[in-house]
Design a protein around this ligand. Structure first.
Ligand code: HEM
Length: 418
């Protein structure tokens, strides 16, 4: 049986440092799924919480947004919570609960449907092609950090372009997301500051920046998301300024690190499973299922939190009102009861009911956009690859929220005939 002690001793499943040094603890999650899928971690160095590791349970909880709320606590920290910190910033879409959540989500959801994305497909394709071309055009071979050259710039560029951020400021967004999501990483943490202070500082800078852009768009509307946010109305009234800034924040933060790490993790999977790379090169019609498998395999979001608003029984365990829960998506995506050979990376996996984008009320708004970005990156890069291998150690982000690869050094040879 998995016990709290054995879990805590082997790997702290909400501690950024352990993820950086060891990657995903699939052996521990597998043990929890088998022995204690609804696991109460009664710790004192952070709030106690239920670790939920089965696909069916994460699905059940995510589909009960009134009973399990996002608002109070979206992330289970590894340190005691600081009182008042949560109220410093306006809640973003992902922190809203019914009924406000539905009202706010429908303001924007049409912009992210496959149909709406079709209209901007060409532009996103151009952005992706430009980034990949810099790596392969007129080259026989090369060596680079895949994260720096491809996986990081692509989502930043797409999000910035969608929002209407001028090109010269795209790198600022990169820095703010690193410091918001990666605040627990020694590389991004501000000197003499805690993780929470680093993230707050970055958010304040981001808010100041977007305040100016919002003002500009009010005076001079454009065809971009920031202009759209200024035009949102709920109950016939425009949104308060802080809510508009919260929209900017969620799009920047949710759309960047996740896609970056999905793209990078997928590249690493292709390097480690060259038969799958060759299969995709031979049959590009497998691209859609390959992208789904990349999301299942990499599961870039490690966990999101919930807070129970009722007493609830799950697998014979009594969850109490006010209890915190952590939903471990990468664990659900290796659930033996759902996936055949879950530890095999198979680009033709069908069906593939992964939970990489979540499920239920808060299902990822950007899922279709993320799929499109992954397709664009791989479509332009993979057919050109003759050979590819790691050129150095993979360095991972200190985060228990996004499973991040900070650096993926690759060495590659380009196919001349493509
Ligand atoms: C591979 C890339 C991505 C992954 C793995 C991912 C994962 C997720 C997950 C697991 C959730 C569910 C949260 C919950 O249930 O509490 C979510 C929500 C969300 N995602 Fe993504 N995401 C990705 C890309 C994107 C992109 C590109 C955007 C850009 C707009 C985006 C925007 C959002 C938003 C706004 C929400 C909140 C939706 C709501 O609360 O209704 N995501 N994402």
């Amino acid at each position: 049986m998995a016990s709290a002690a054995s879990v805590a001793e082997n790997f702290n499943i909400v501690h950024p440092v352990d993820y950086a040094s060891q990657g995903y603890p699939h052996d521990i999650w597998t043990q929890l799924r088998r022995d204690e899928p609804v696991f109460w971690w009664d710790r004192t160095d952070g709030i106690p919480f239920w670790a939920i590791t089965k696909h069916a349970d994460i699905t059940e909880i995510s589909r009960l947004p009134n009973e399990f709320e996002n608002g109070p606590r979206l992330v289970i920290g590894h340190q005691p919570e600081v009182e008042g910190m949560r109220d410093m910033f306006p809640p973003t879409l992902i922190q809203l609960d019914p009924p406000k959540h539905g009202l706010y989500r429908q303001l924007i959801s049409k912009r992210f449907t496959p149909r709406a994305l079709k209209k901007i497909h060409g532009d996103i394709e151009e952005i992706g092609k430009e980034i990949v071309d810099a790596l392969v055009v007129d080259k026989d071979s090369g060596e680079c950090d895949f994260v720096e050259e491809v996986a990081a710039p692509l989502p930043i560029a797409v999000i910035a372009w969608l929002l209407g951020v001028p090109r010269e400021d795209w790198k600022l967004l990169f820095d703010w997301t690193n410091r918001t999501i990666g605040a627990g990483d020694p590389e991004y943490i501000s000197e003499g500051k805690t993780q929470q202070e680093t993230a707050s500082e970055a958010m304040i800078e981001l808010f100041q920046y977007f305040s100016q852009l919002v003002e500009q768009r009010r005076k001079n509307p454009q065809d971009d998301l920031i202009t759209l946010f200024t035009q949102f109305e709920v109950d016939g009234k425009p949104l308060p300024p802080m809510d508009i800034l919260a929209w900017c924040l969620i799009i920047v933060v949710a759309g960047n690190e996740t896609t970056r790490n999905g793209t990078t993790g997928g590249m690493l999977a292709f390097i480690e499973h060259q038969d799958q790379l060759r299969a995709l090169q031979a049959d590009p019609s497998l691209m859609d299922s390959a992208v789904e498998e990349v999301v299942r395999w990499t599961s870039p979001i490690i966990h999101f939190g919930r807070t129970a608003t009722v007493d609830y029984e799950l697998r014979g365990k009594q969850i109490k009102t006010g209890d915190a829960l952590a939903l471990f998506y990468p664990s659900a995506n290796r659930d033996e009861e759902v996936f055949e050979d879950p530890f095999e990376f198979r680009i033709d996996r069908r069906p593939n009911r992964h939970l990489g984008f979540g499920v239920g009320e808060h299902f990822c708004l950007g899922a279709h956009l993320a799929r499109l970005e992954l397709r664009v990156a791989y479509k332009h890069l993979l057919p050109r690859i003759e050979e590819i291998e790691l050129a150095g150690p993979v360095s991972r982000l200190h985060s228990a929220l996004v499973g991040g690869v900070k650096r993926l050094p690759i060495r590659y040879k380009i196919r001349q005939e493509a």
